[in-house]
Design a protein around this ligand. Sequence first.
Ligand code: F6P
Ligand code: MG
Length: 448
Amino acid sequence: NNPPYPAYRATEKGSFAWDSTVRRWPIIIDSAVNDMQQAVSNISDTNDTARAKKDEGKTIITAFEQLKQEMAEDKTLRLLDDNDDDCNTWNTHIGQFFNNTTWFGGSWLFNECYMYRRMHELYKVSKHWQDYDVFNNQKIATFRGSSASVFDLATKMPTMIDSALSMEKQELVFQELVQVCLWGNATDLSLLTNMTEEDIKRLQAIEKEKLAEQLAFVVVNHIDQLWNKLKHLENGRIDFVLDNSGFEVFVDLVFADWLLQTKRASKVVFHCKTIPWFVSDVMPKDIPILFDCCLDRDFFPNHPSSSQLDALATMVNRWQSCVSSGQLVIQSNAFWCSGLAYRMLPTEAPDLFADMKASDLVIFKGDLNYRKLVYDCQWPVTTPFHVAIGPELADGFTSVLSLRTNKAETIVGLSDAKKRELEATVPDHEWKCTGKYAVVAYNDGPGS
Ligand code: F6P
Ligand code: MG
């Protein structure tokens, strides 16, 4: 598990890893504390069970404060102490790869994953809060704010999947959808501590002209290679390793629907997280919640018209029937919530690897999936994408696509010219970490 270049660590003052550890993580934990305080105060202590639940809720709040303290004091990562299915695996990884590392000194990527797993531990050892998703309210509230783009897409959808479209027109639709799916990744609640809601709304815009302008910010652009793969694909299987709930998974569903309706795919598999993760990541239960929100005619603000509401309902009803018929499979695996790089997939989750290998294309969404895909470390930025994902995923897997807005220093696949242009014109932090730039990185799998 040793990366070829040094990992990013919070010991480097001023780095994004350092900023995350000293500033962003405490804010994220504070938001969880606020949610818990609300949840606890909503319990009316009328009986013993309610009182016990309330007490446990307060214990979790205290433990969150202790967790913050532990980070601030740069304590050593301790083993996990719950009996959840992945507990032993986590402890093995800590022992094997990250023994005696600390919150600042260890790998930033592993530590951040560990932080979310530690938060989960508090719920797992409780009696009354086992399945509580402390980020659920934030996920739903932010989706409510995405209504303009949601209705735009729902209204356009019948034209986009019209079977009479010529191949040229289909290519234009594809170009738009890939970009919508890409910029949907801006809606990441763990970065809301850096971005304003206005920034996010701007990046969510889906008008053609805006998308064309935004292309200038795609610093690695393999959209044409992807079209070559998809153009003539018939009844294939496409997998999505999902990232965020709300607007991002909504646009993933739009893209998946287009793949199914144009018969490029007969099966789409959505891979979700098993636990509340990086604030807004999708768990399987979030998808029916999103369907319900869309079908609730009072959910979105500003009184949408009945034709908008009908267009959305038609689309979401179709999504529901795709789930019922098995065309759209929603599943999760603890591997996605480990702290390891994805090149460990064949050894750490061999059944999942063997199953996904049968797919025609695996789409990895978002920043964290990208970092794990390319083995989060200080690669020279011109390292080819297929080198960074490692031989396990480059040569022994299937075709891989990453749709990622750049929210951390790790980046590969740049041409020399692009590297020179960016370095001469944009501060490093700006194009690497703010989410305003992006990559569409593709690697053809064996046999493609
Ligand atoms: O905090 C680490 C990080 O990868 C950030 O760079 C990013 O803000 C966040 O996690 C998650 O982003 P995404 O939802 O796109 O994976
Ligand atoms: Mg995320």
